[in-house]
Write a protein that binds this ligand. Structure first.
Ligand SMILES: C[S@@+](CC[C@H](N)C(=O)[O-])C[C@H]1O[C@@H](n2cnc3c(N)ncnc32)[C@H](O)[C@@H]1O
Length: 278
């Protein structure tokens, strides 16, 4: 959540600490000091934000109670990312150039070894593929969107060490059994619901070699912190990995680089690093 969003939420929460009579008297002062037009806008802001908060809580509760896919169904993901304007190459999600280069040096290159068979899930327009491909012995890229597969084939297909495959959104069809040493996925599992993540984890067991490492960015709180995250929690993901025999190597919301602290994402997202026992 951005600082502005946090401030707005704080304002809305604090409003509940005042009685109706107090609020009415405060509004009287605001009205006298700022005039009708400005005070009307303020009242509209408070009223609509209260409705927005109520709707958001209700959306989350109903989704959980009825097991609805919300905004993270495979069909919706396929449509969104097929129709997406990829002209910014995925850098619309880059928090700052420093954040990106630190993520590459402190996370990607720290955990994804050089010269090994690597799999990227959801490469999009290749924001991380550009770093992974030259380092990999062979790079598989699997994406639910045909558009992304086309872009990656155009950008990286000239190199003999790449294979890009369209996925149903919950399978790694075309990636051979026991063929992968390192797995990377960023800004993708935040959009995949628990049921489909479960199917992917079964696929990890099939394609990852013993000793292989996985680095996956995902949501932590089933969408309750905003950002249209899926229903996955950190606890769910950890349990799914453990049940499939993977050990957790590292799990973090932020990292430190030369005194600077960087967050994985804006919505308390997490990176989980896991390993298949050697
Ligand atoms: C927000 S974009 C991020 C793209 C890229 N990873 C990046 O960081 O720039 C989400 C990507 O995940 C892909 N995606 C979404 N759901 C997926 C799924 N279930 N399986 C594979 N790819 C998926 C989308 O097609 C898109 O390429």
């Amino acid at each position: 959540m951005t600082t502005t969003q946090l401030k707005a939420r704080e304002l809305i929460r604090n409003r509940r600490r005042l009685s109706f009579a107090r609020k009415a008297s405060l509004f009287g002062i605001v009205l006298r000091e700022n005039g009708l037009a400005w005070t009307t806008l303020l009242a509209a802001y408070y009223a609509t934000s209260a409705v927005a908060e109520w709707s958001f809580a209700r959306l989350q509760r109903t989704k959980a109670e009825r097991g609805l896919p919300g905004t993270s169904s495979l069909r919706l993901n396929e449509r969104i990312w097929t129709d997406w304007d990829w002209s910014s190459g995925g850098d619309e999600w880059t928090l700052s150039p420093e954040w990106k280069s630190s993520l590459i040096s402190c996370v990607l290159t720290r955990y994804v070894p050089e010269g090994v068979d690597t799999l990227e899930i959801g490469p999009g327009a290749g924001r991380w593929t550009a770093v992974l491909q030259p380092r990999a012995r062979h790079l598989f890229g699997v994406d639910i969107s045909e558009t992304c597969i086309d872009i990656c084939r155009r950008k990286f297909g000239g190199s003999s060490n790449t294979t890009f495959l369209k996925s149903s959104g919950a399978d790694l069809n075309g990636v051979p059994d026991r063929s992968i040493d390192a797995l990377w996925s960023f800004d993708v599992f935040v959009h995949i619901n628990r049921r489909d993540v479960e199917a992917y984890v079964r696929e990890f067991s099939r394609v990852m070699r013993h000793g292989a490492v996985g680095v996956i960015h995902h949501g932590s709180g089933a969408g309750t912190q905003g950002g249209w995250r899926s229903d996955l929690t950190t606890a769910d993901f950890t349990r799914l990995l453990n049940e499939s025999g993977f050990e957790i190597v590292d799990q973090f919301e932020r990292w430190e680089d030369n005194g600077e602290v960087y967050s994985v994402g804006l919505y308390q997202d997490v990176v989980t690093v896991f390993r298949r026992a050697a």
